[in-house]
Design a protein around this ligand. Structure first.
Ligand code: GLC
Length: 472
């Protein structure tokens, strides 16, 4: 064979192989890229679906606005701080536990509790099934410290309450403390005494895990709550608590169940406590839990009650920032609800029922620059609610920068159509002007007067700078 020819054909073969290889490689690239693109699109779609499911399950919660929290336990016997009183060393553990001997719940009337909750306007209620002290209020086969076996109450106190909540169409939330300071195989005991470290005694921790996971499963089986309200997560990491596992077994067959965020942040909504957020929280869903006085549980000596006006102040602020209020009551050890607390629930309920259209299903309002006070919007953003705490000195309130046409302004729960007048709305500028709304004294509510502004469509807020007049 001609050596030149053979070199040439070898070269051809090489080029050919090279070409094929490149083709295969680029084919492979294409395939990989396609798979990647597909999985990204698929991943995105899946993520969107998950997000949609999440928002769907949060809908009732977001619309509910008001919940009643209940802290009930043996601490109400002496009227001392729930669990913390022994943890912080104000009373010995032994003496603290002795309270169980007098926890009789003899006047406990779950029907009445539910009727009061309903009257307050709350759409859900969260009750302590077990606080950090480990005293369980239901008939549990785990552990040996509960209302059935260790107190004169001798009954499951959660079961009848859950039943009556459901009968009254009130959603059920169960508070459950992850820490159990009285349980001999739990890591923490008091502020000064820690029993052990998990890494040193994993078997001991496993024993505790069996106990508290068992209790949670039992609560799920018995009561199947709509909300799990965890507390005390700060004592261990998400891995140590096995948060993912917990969430999995608690949402089995009930994917719509809601978890508060005290699961090392792996829950569905944020739970600021006592301190009303100054700025609206970034979270889509949040709930402020709040005491009526300064105590979660019943403390006879704590007379520092907020007035109904102050409670409604806080509630209105929650509404205007798009959150819920979880307002706490602390029943006495015999099961009666202190008169001050009952009074707040009743007053709140009267106000809520008059103003329901401006409460449930509303969302975060408009910035304060547009109205010097709290506001909320209807779900479709076509109605604006202005909350008016005080009596305006010249009988008028001012709304600014609303681009929409206003169809009507009326007093919620009263119906009076209000007169209004627009200033500074000139033909050469798009500036919508200042809207003065008359508030006659006879429409003023005892707590908050609410004005509904019906707009011609979704609210449009003007935010342009005003210019100098070029033609007049
Ligand atoms: C805190 C306290 C507790 C109370 C709870 C209510 O975490 O430990 O005593 O039950 O907040 O939010």
């Amino acid at each position: 064979m001609n050596p030149r020819k053979s070199a040439k054909s070898a070269g051809h073969i090489f080029c050919f192989i090279n070409y094929k290889l490149k083709k295969v490689l680029s084919m492979r690239k294409i395939v990989i890229l396609t798979i990647l693109a597909f999985s990204m699109v698929f991943g995105q779609a899946q993520n969107q679906e998950l997000q949609a499911d999440y928002h769907k399950k949060m809908e009732w919660f977001q619309e509910a606005k008001l919940g009643i929290f209940i802290h009930w336990g043996i601490y109400s016997v002496l009227g001392i701080g729930e669990s913390w009183s022994f943890f912080n060393g104000y009373i010995s553990h032994e003496d603290y536990l002795k309270q169980a001997e007098d926890f009789d719940a003899k006047n406990y009337d779950p029907e009445y509790w539910a009727s009061l909750i309903k009257k307050s306007g709350a759409k859900y209620s969260v009750i302590t099934t077990k606080h950090h002290d480990g005293f369980a209020l239901w008939d549990t086969k785990f552990g040996n410290f509960n209302s059935v076996n260790n107190s004169p109450a001798k009954e499951d106190l959660i079961a009848p309450f859950v039943k009556t909540l459901r009968n009254n169409d009130i959603k059920v939330g169960l508070y459950y403390s992850l820490p159990d300071w009285s349980y001999a195989d739990y890591t923490h005991f008091t502020r000064k005494v820690n029993r052990y470290k998990i890494e040193d005694e994993p078997k001991r921790w496993a024993k505790f895990e069996k106990y508290y996971h068992g209790q949670m499963k039992e609560l799920k089986k018995k009561f199947d709550p709509d909300v799990w309200w965890f507390d005390g997560d700060w004592e261990h990491s998400a891995e140590e608590w096995k948060v993912t596992e917990i969430k999995n077994f608690l949402s089995k067959d009930k994917p719509e169940v809601i978890f508060n965020s005290r699961l090392r942040g792996k829950g569905d909504y944020a739970t600021p406590e006592i301190g009303m957020p100054i700025h609206a929280p970034k979270a889509d869903y949040w709930e402020l839990c709040m005491t009526m006085n300064d105590s979660w549980g019943y403390q006879s000596n704590d007379k520092h009650y907020k007035s109904p006006q102050q409670i409604i102040d806080i509630f209105v602020e929650c509404l205007s920032k798009g959150g819920n209020l979880l307002l706490d009551i602390g029943p006495k050890s015999d099961g009666t609800i202190p008169a001050e607390q009952e009074n707040i629930l009743t007053e709140l309920g009267t106000w809520v029922s008059k103003h329901k259209e401006a409460i449930y299903k509303t969302k975060r309002g408009i910035p304060y620059e547009y109205y010097y006070g709290p506001t909320a919007l209807s779900k479709d953003s076509t109605e604006l609610f202005l909350y008016l705490r005080d009596i305006p000195k010249d009988g008028k309130i001012v709304l600014r920068g609303i681009e929409n046409k206003i169809h009507r302004a009326h007093v919620v729960g009263n119906g009076t159509i209000l007169n209004r007048e627009v200033f500074c709305n000139v033909w050469w500028s798009k500036y919508p002007g200042l809207i003065y709304i008359d508030i006659p004294e006879n429409v003023i509510d005892k707590y908050y007067t609410v004005i509904a502004i019906k707009l011609d469509g979704k609210i449009k807020l003007y935010d342009k700078k005003s210019k100098a007049i070029e033609s007049n």
